[in-house]
Design a protein around this ligand. Structure first.
Ligand code: HEM
Length: 392
């Protein structure tokens, strides 16, 4: 195979890529650990299921400290970049707020009323809609903002900041840095207010939290929020779009889920495997390590590619096919090990509540045959739009 195209990995340039998976499959077949240049830096790519899973489970060798370079400039020092005890201590400050029982409480207080309201508006507006513009884009953002305790007047502005932060590129840093500054300015008075008068929300948890006997500084709190708000909004909105897209494109699966909602669990798992919203993450080696026949040197940058690993034929036969009967819940889309996604339960609750509301309130929902839509992106993937029609 010819050398992979380095520019393929620059999501900001090629975000309209429809299907990067054949390219990843060809790379995986040609070489166990291919390396690519991304913006002048060499990355070693892990594309096989077993290699990705093993790397996640060896945080001492595949360190997260590289996240300092990847997201640090816009987010500050977050748990994403921490290793060892420091990571455990800081992650522990939030883990109780994201545990299943705590998240389950938001079902009736935040998630279901909100999604019923949004889907109700879609229904009242007529018999056609774009579910991306009218549902998926704003809904997870509103949920995480409410959980955090951040009042939002202008959701579009907030969405633009989140996009710019999570899409940060060091070759084109200014939009991300500007969004990070603006969001911090926006959050500063809210944090000050919660310090004076704590409430029942995440910011109040953070202002009262202590690590080794010290309260968190404002910068530490901003770092948590600058990770949580975009992470909570961006990935979940994309996943919800991908689940709806997968079901609408596979009417037999949609019918099954519509008639028996217990299949929704597997539709969600299969979408996470087949089209995860986030394709990869990064690590840095702390020492030389051998993967198969390839030695990766110490201090090397490694791309851990969950999306391609989820399509590894050696692990999932007929991996490119969306099949809710596969019942595979061992995909790698939320990561694995110490940094396993903190928002896992929340994301699942949000997506299942939204799909249930859409199926309950929009009868005979189907794609609008008059308009085309597709999933696009390389770093992040989601549908460009979801034009649908339904019966009144
Ligand atoms: C569909 C939705 C989501 C996906 C696919 C996803 C994916 C991931 C992945 C792959 C990681 C591991 C990164 C690494 O190891 O380098 C991660 C970590 C994380 N996620 Fe998510 N995420 C989702 C939703 C959320 C939500 C809703 C929140 C919060 C509200 C969230 C907060 C976090 C945080 C705080 C971490 C860092 C955990 C740590 O470093 O210990 N995520 N996520």
């Amino acid at each position: 195979m010819s050398d992979p195209q380095p520019s393929m990995f620059d999501g900001s340039v090629l975000s309209d890529v429809r299907d990067p998976y054949p390219m990843f499959a060809a790379m995986r077949q040609a070489q166990r650990v291919p390396s690519v240049d991304v913006q002048g830096l060499t990355f070693h790519l892990l594309l096989r299921y077993d290699d990705v899973a093993a790397a996640f489970k060896m945080p001492d060798v595949f360190s997260s400290k590289i996240m300092r370079q990847v997201m640090g400039p816009v987010m500050g020092r977050t748990i994403l970049e921490m290793d060892g005890r420091e990571h455990t201590m800081h992650r522990g400050l939030l883990s109780h707020a994201f545990r299943p029982q705590a998240i389950e409480r938001c079902r009736t207080t935040i998630v279901e009323p909100l999604v019923d309201d949004l889907v109700g508006r879609i229904r009242r507006n007529g018999k056609r809609a774009d579910l991306v513009a009218q549902l998926t884009t704003t809904y997870p953002l509103i949920v995480i903002a409410k959980l955090a305790g951040v009042p939002i007047d202008d959701y579009a502005q907030f969405q633009r900041w989140s996009l710019a932060i999570i899409g940060y590129r060091n070759t084109h840093p200014e939009p991300g840095l500007a969004a990070s500054r603006a969001l911090k300015e926006y959050l500063a008075p809210v944090v000050a207010q919660r310090r004076a008068e704590p409430k029942e929300d995440l910011i109040s948890d953070l202002v009262q939290a202590e690590v080794d006997g010290h309260r968190l500084s404002d910068d530490e709190i901003f770092a948590f929020l600058l990770l949580l708000l975009p992470a909570g909004a961006e990935t979940t909105f994309r996943l919800l779009g991908n689940v709806l897209y997968a079901l609408l494109r596979h009417p037999e699966a949609l019918d099954l889920v519509r008639s028996d909602r217990s299949h929704l669990h597997w539709a969600l798992e299969e979408t996470l495997r087949w089209e995860p919203p986030l394709l990869g993450t990064a690590r840095m080696t702390t020492r030389a390590v051998t993967v198969g026949d390839t030695e990766i040197p110490a201090d090397a940058r490694v791309s851990i590619m969950m999306g391609p690993a989820n399509r590894d034929e050696a692990h999932y036969p007929d991996a490119d096919r969306f099949d809710i009967h596969r019942h595979a819940d061992d995909h790698l889309s939320f990561g694995l090990g110490k940094h396993f996604c903190l928002g896992y339960h929340l994301a699942r609750l949000e997506v299942t509540s939204a799909v249930n509301a859409v199926l309950d309130h929009l009868p005979n929902l189907r794609l609008d045959a008059q308009e085309e839509c597709w999933i696009q992106g390389v770093s992040f993937r989601s549908p460009n739009k979801l034009p649908v029609v339904f019966d009144g």
